[in-house]
Design a protein. Structure first.
Ligand SMILES: Cc1cc2nc3c(=O)[nH]c(=O)nc-3n(C[C@H](O)[C@H](O)[C@H](O)COP(=O)(O)OP(=O)(O)OC[C@H]3O[C@@H](n4cnc5c(N)ncnc54)[C@H](O)[C@@H]3O)c2cc1C
Length: 335
């Protein structure tokens, strides 16, 4: 957000910068108000503060050209992935140039045997997972929105799968970035083991475009689990849900997702989605593992009666041994 000392770049300077951009990048530069507003924050209560021009970059070289021109004219640069960030990240309170990398959306390489891939920053997580599906691999970080992987790295995105797979900080192995002076750096190699040098990858992950613009990412991949099952578990109290979560993780149960929704939010969900979930603090869980793991999963609470709805199994792919009542392949948690 703008503070009192921050002013928009003066009109003369920005005009010169845009003329230089047009000369170098032609019709990749767009200045229509509609496009500029679409590239500023649209998802929060914050006001929409548009940049002065949007550059649709198609390559690292385009990003370098735009960044160099911005540096020469001393105008701000705002990177843009898909614009799903929720805190006004893509606003341009002082004006400047928005660099949209959505067209840099190629999967460059998949190294299935090494469980990693190399992609351009505009690839979205859904597109990557569609691409990987045939190979039995997936990229597990899921922030809900179909965000770009460059934007997800820049915001150190997490999501419901973080319990098992971590966040972007655990899944970016290396990246290529254009620095504010136009220089290109690569932060690491694909090798998992390296004890030398600064960990620049982690410095960039979460830096929200302030250190440079990411133009390539090497990501860690995971095997699609053999068995996925899910459970919906209402509790008498929020504390009960918290204790059960701690116990679940400490027991080493292969839980991939745990989402908590309180009673008021359940009521809103029921009203909006026409469901009839019990209006109570509720955990939604998803388990990833093997068929054998599904069979050995606890099928009853060791300490007290399971709640009535605990154990309702709404898994996308129930383990073969799961009955429709969901007693098997489903964990029962005490309240
Ligand atoms: C319904 C919904 C649910 C969400 N749930 C979660 C959640 O559970 N966890 C979570 O972490 N987030 C969540 N988010 C927020 C959002 O999805 C993430 O912040 C996402 O990582 C942003 O990606 P993006 O491509 O939209 O980035 P943008 O919004 O386009 O950009 C975000 C920031 O990254 C910078 N940036 C973008 N691309 C680059 C690049 N190539 N190089 C350098 N900087 C760049 C931008 O300048 C900006 O500062 C949610 C959003 C929605 C709408």
């Amino acid at each position: 957000m703008k503070n009192a000392a921050q002013k928009r770049v003066d009109a003369g300077t920005i005009e010169k910068a845009i003329a230089a951009l047009h000369a170098k990048l032609g019709n990749k530069v767009v200045t229509s108000m509609e496009v500029r507003r679409q590239h500023a924050n649209t998802t929060t209560w914050l006001p929409n503060e548009a940049a002065d021009a949007v550059v649709y970059a198609a390559s690292t070289e385009d990003v370098q050209d735009a960044v160099r021109i911005a540096a020469e004219h001393k105008v701000p640069v705002i990177a843009f992935g898909t614009g799903t960030s929720l805190e006004g990240h893509v606003n341009a309170p002082m004006g400047g140039i928005c660099i949209d990398v959505a067209q840099m959306n190629e999967v460059l390489a998949v190294h299935a045997e090494d469980l990693d891939c190399v992609i351009q920053p505009g690839v979205t997580r859904k597109k990557l997972n569609e691409y990987l599906r045939d190979q039995g691999l997936f990229f597990p970080i899921d922030p809900g929105a179909d965000a770009s992987l460059g934007g997800m790295a820049a915001t150190r995105a997490s999501g419901t799968n973080a319990v098992r797979y971590g966040t972007m900080k655990d899944n970016v192995l290396s990246l290529k970035a254009v620095l504010p002076n136009g220089e290109v750096i690569r932060t690491a190699s694909r090798a998992k083991k390296s004890s030398a040098g600064y960990d620049l990858t982690r410095l960039f992950v979460g830096s929200e475009g302030t250190l440079g613009i990411i133009t390539e990412l090497t990501l860690k991949l995971s095997a699609i689990p053999e068995s996925v099952s899910a459970a919906v578990c209402p509790f008498k109290s929020v504390e009960g849900a918290c204790q059960a979560t701690i116990a679940t993780i400490q027991s080493g149960i292969p839980v991939a997702r745990i989402e908590f929704i309180d009673a008021m939010a359940i009521r809103a969900t029921n009203n909006y989605s026409k469901l009839n979930l019990a209006e109570a603090p509720t955990l939604f869980l998803e388990f990833h593992g093997s068929e054998a793991g599904g069979k050995s999963r606890p099928s009853a609470s060791a300490t007290s009666r399971p709640s009535s709805a605990a154990g309702r199994c709404n898994g996308r792919r129930k383990p073969k041994n799961a009955r429709s009542s969901g007693r098997r392949g489903t964990m029962h948690i005490s309240q």
